[in-house]
Design a protein around this ligand. Structure first.
Ligand SMILES: Nc1ncnc2c1ncn2[C@@H]1O[C@H](COP(=O)(O)OP(=O)(O)OP(=O)(O)O)[C@@H](O)[C@H]1O
Ligand SMILES: [Mg+2]
Length: 366
């Protein structure tokens, strides 16, 4: 849920809306407040408004309504180059005709820094991203990952307090992405920089961030630390969007405080946590993570409701086994089990009973 901006926030969006054409809102009532030093990621499907939010914060787009504040001061009327914000974008081209050192020198010259000060800062920034030996080269003489490192150094060289990154690792291969993910978070924490990071990649969002804002349709659907987002999704969109998730549809039969009984469309009865359902008779989608499903009854409570399941497919994935089941009319019900010495490998066609702890099953909006 979007949280109200507090006055000591370093970055704050207050009731921000954006329309490009004067008709449709692509950002709808955005409220977000970040403390200094936070690493916040905006995650969401294409077109959900992430880049638009970054552009408004950077000053390249204006908000149609509402206010954006930096360190308590409204920045609506401050031009981009006066906001002291560093930026790294996906494929953000380095100036091709300049050397690496000249690329880094540019933001410092704009700020009127002397030559000797510039040289010190450039050296420090390039060393930080392990590119100290490459100052004399042109961008075309570097690999993609090296160029992205230089782009990062250029965003950091003038020591901004706030850095915005829009899919900075999108073009890189998996291994390089993972190395740079680690380097970026370490640099940000070591330097105490506040970061707003945008990605499509949920693993990246979960592993790098202090908090993640999940966007859909111009709104923040949930804003929470990674573990809370994964384990306590507040609605069906977030449950489906973050991680793998099993969904079963039904109707709320009974609600008692922190637990509810759901009658599935198949007729089966299960226990769940009522998250955003409020009354008997309401339709719901219940959500269970694949790793929280049990078929070893000893690990379940004695009175737990069980469901009949038929194994459709078994996939050996090395560290885990991923098994697809047919459960209560859903043929895409996935369970994941750890590859341990005593773990049973299920066989297609096999029938079994599965269950889960009531607290792992969440009744969400239908
Ligand atoms: N300059 C523009 N003029 C008109 N419409 C725009 C402009 N930029 C973006 N939009 C529209 O605003 C909506 C949000 O776009 P935005 O670029 O913020 O999405 P995004 O979440 O960054 O998506 P992606 O993950 O694909 O980068 C989209 O419907 C897009 O078509
Ligand atoms: Mg974008």
């Amino acid at each position: 849920m979007a949280q109200a901006a507090s006055t000591d926030a370093f970055v704050a969006f207050e009731r921000v809306q954006k329309s490009y054409d004067g008709e449709t809102l692509v950002v709808k009532d955005l409220n977000l407040s970040m403390p200094k030093g936070e690493f916040l990621t905006m995650l969401g499907p294409s077109g959900s408004g992430k880049t638009t939010c970054l552009m408004m914060l950077a000053g390249f787009e204006t908000a149609t309504y509402g206010e954006i504040k930096l360190d308590g001061t409204s920045i609506n009327n401050i031009p981009p180059h006066k906001r002291g914000i560093g930026m790294v974008f996906q494929n953000y081209a380095l100036f091709p005709h300049m050397s690496i050192a000249e690329n880094l020198s540019f933001p410092l010259e704009v700020r009127g820094m002397s030559k000797s000060d510039r040289e010190k800062k450039i050296k420090r920034a390039l060393d930080m991203v392990q590119m100290g030996a490459f100052g004399g080269r042109r961008p075309a003489q570097l690999s993609g990952g090296q160029q992205q490192r230089v782009a990062l150094a250029r965003a950091l060289v003038f020591e901004p307090e706030l850095v915005l990154m829009d899919e900075p690792l999108g073009a890189l291969d998996k291994q390089l992405r993972e190395t740079l993910q680690f380097e970026i978070t370490k640099l940000a924490h070591d330097l105490g920089i506040t970061v707003v990071y945008v990605t499509h990649d949920q693993t990246e969002a979960l592993t790098m961030s202090d908090r993640v804002a999940v966007f859909d349709d111009g709104r923040i659907q949930q804003l929470a630390p990674p573990d809370e987002l994964y384990e306590k999704p507040q609605n069906s969109f977030v449950a489906q969007f973050i991680g793998e998730n099993n969904t079963l549809q039904g109707v709320v039969e009974e609600i008692n405080g922190n637990s509810c009984v759901v009658k599935l469309d198949s007729g089966d009865i299960i226990d769940a946590v009522p998250v955003n359902v409020s009354k008997k008779g309401e339709r719901t989608k219940v959500s269970i993570r694949p790793e929280r499903v049990e078929f070893n009854k000893e690990r379940l409570k004695e009175d737990a409701h069980l469901l009949k399941a038929t194994v459709k497919e078994f996939v050996y994935m090395g560290d885990i086994f991923r098994t697809r089941l047919s459960v209560a009319g859903n043929d895409d019900f996935v369970i994941k089990t750890r590859n341990a010495p005593d773990q049973r490998r299920l066989r297609p066609g096999e029938e079994l009973e599965i269950g889960w702890l009531q607290e792992d099953c969440r009744a969400l909006d239908a």
